[in-house]
Design a protein around this ligand. Structure first.
Ligand code: XLS
Ligand code: NI
Ligand code: NI
Length: 434
């Protein structure tokens, strides 16, 4: 027991009219929506790094948080794990996610870092045995330490490539041991600061080879989870190679890995790339790449990745609607890659951030599910493309040539009549559900 959350009761579903801060108003894990329990639809996960490792710094000031588990020893790491599992239990959250650097102290050598990781993984494994929380995904932090400042897989120094490969192996082993359902690669430093010193061709080939080795190792150890790449356009790199879903798809095709790897899409990263979250989800689904989501939000004025907890039901509903159109999550889930604001010092803040975020997501999901079930939007979409059901039109996509089409246009006097896209009607329909 850490006593860190002592003043906080276990959070339960109490319905929309309850008056306590410490209750879910919309997230009823056992409620069945579209044939599945809400817990199994949403698959919420807590992010170890933001919740337990982040000290509250910003570019103008250092740590604001004081946590009893801050420190570099294994004893601190275990205390941190104790607090984490206490919070998972209080929230009743089914999953968590972690990087190696969040859970273990860095050792004096690579071997010591791996030993530390193995020891804490055993400890976490024991905690998991006594609780129902499972691992959504594990990952390696290949961006914080100064050795990775010029990239991990894409570093000009082959020794860094080797160190990164060995690190990923240890993190895949850890994820496999804990029964993780996915393994994530986010390449924060896989990009460049200036083209003046960068060989784009070489770096892409290094990244392709690296990912191929990850896929080979997954099969070798019999890891049944999904390998996920998390796109982001920039920050910390000036230009990041896995810019968005479309770039990742091109990269996977180039190296023949499109059947092996899917994407973990983050709300804030989609916005930074100049897309909407739902666009990235819809595109991934259409390319057969949709895997999981990092749920957060950016400050829309600041233009960087502020990783705030989600607070907008209408925005999240758009995202969940696309997820439902993609048949929902399989191994993926909703990971709160979100951190407190630096003035939110208290244990209560950490709990309430998650309670609010889970309620926002649940509300958004239920609204999206009701609209999806109603079918009016999908019927309107299908009607818009109904002309393609005509066999004469279908042949245009199945082998007809330009000349044949041209003959048909002349013969039949084809003369298209513009039709309304009915956007406002559909927006009104949307708003009746959300
Ligand atoms: C940073 C990323 C990171 C990944 C995991 O912007 O979102 O937190 O999710 O390495
Ligand atoms: Ni993320
Ligand atoms: Ni992020």
């Amino acid at each position: 027991m850490t006593h860190f959350f002592d003043r906080i009761p276990k959070i339960r579903y109490e319905g929309p009219d309850c008056t306590s801060d410490y209750a879910y108003r919309h997230y009823d894990p056992d409620a069945v929506v579209l044939g599945k329990r809400l817990e199994d639809q949403l698959r919420f996960a807590v992010a170890w790094w933001h919740s337990f490792a982040w000290p509250g710094g910003d570019p103008f000031g250092g740590a604001t948080f004081e946590r009893p588990w801050f420190g570099d020893t294994m004893a601190h790491a275990k205390l941190k794990a104790d607090a984490a599992f206490e919070m998972f239990d209080l929230l009743g959250v089914p999953f968590f996610c972690f990087h190696d650097a969040d859970v273990r102290p860095e050792g004096a050598s690579f071997a010591e870092s791996v030993r530390n990781l193995e020891e804490i993984v055993d400890y976490i494994g024991q905690k998991m045995a006594g609780q129902r929380t499972r691992l959504l995904w594990g990952t390696a932090n290949l961006f914080s330490h100064r050795r990775f400042m010029a990239g991990a897989a894409t570093n000009p120094d082959p020794n860094v490539f080797a160190y990164a490969a060995a690190t990923v192996k240890s993190c895949m082993d850890a994820t496999h041991r804990l029964g993780g359902e996915n393994y994530v690669l986010w390449g924060g430093r896989e990009g460049y600061e200036t083209l003046l010193n960068t060989d784009l061709t070489r770096e892409a080939e290094q990244a392709g080879r690296f990912l191929q080795m990850v896929v080979d190792y997954k099969h070798k150890i019999g890891f049944k989870g999904t390998i996920l790449v998390e796109p982001k356009p920039q920050e910390p790199s000036k230009h990041q190679y896995d810019y968005d879903v479309a770039s990742v798809y091109g990269f996977l095709k180039r190296f023949g890995l499109e059947g092996e790897v899917k994407v973990n899409i983050e709300q804030g990263h989609a916005i930074l790339a100049g897309h909407s979250f739902e666009h990235e989800i819809a595109l991934a689904a259409s390319l057969g790449l949709f895997g999981s989501i990092d749920m957060n939000r950016n400050d829309y004025q600041s233009g960087w990745d502020t990783d705030q907890f989600p607070d907008s039901v209408p925005e999240m509903a758009r995202a969940y609607y696309e997820i439902l159109r993609a048949d929902g999550f399989t191994t993926g889930g909703t990971n709160f890659d979100a951190k407190l604001r630096r003035q939110s010092l208290d244990p209560e803040d950490l709990i309430l951030a998650h309670v609010g975020a889970m309620d926002v997501c649940a509300r958004a999901f239920k609204a999206a599910a009701a609209l999806y079930e109603d079918g009016a939007l999908e019927a309107a979409r299908a009607a818009r493309y109904a002309g393609w059901n005509d066999p004469a039109n279908r042949t245009m996509l199945q082998g007809a040539t330009l000349e044949e089409i041209s003959d048909r246009v002349l013969r039949d006097g084809i003369d298209p009549k513009p039709r309304s896209g009915r956007q406002e009607r559909l927006e009104n329909l949307w708003n009746r559900f959300v």
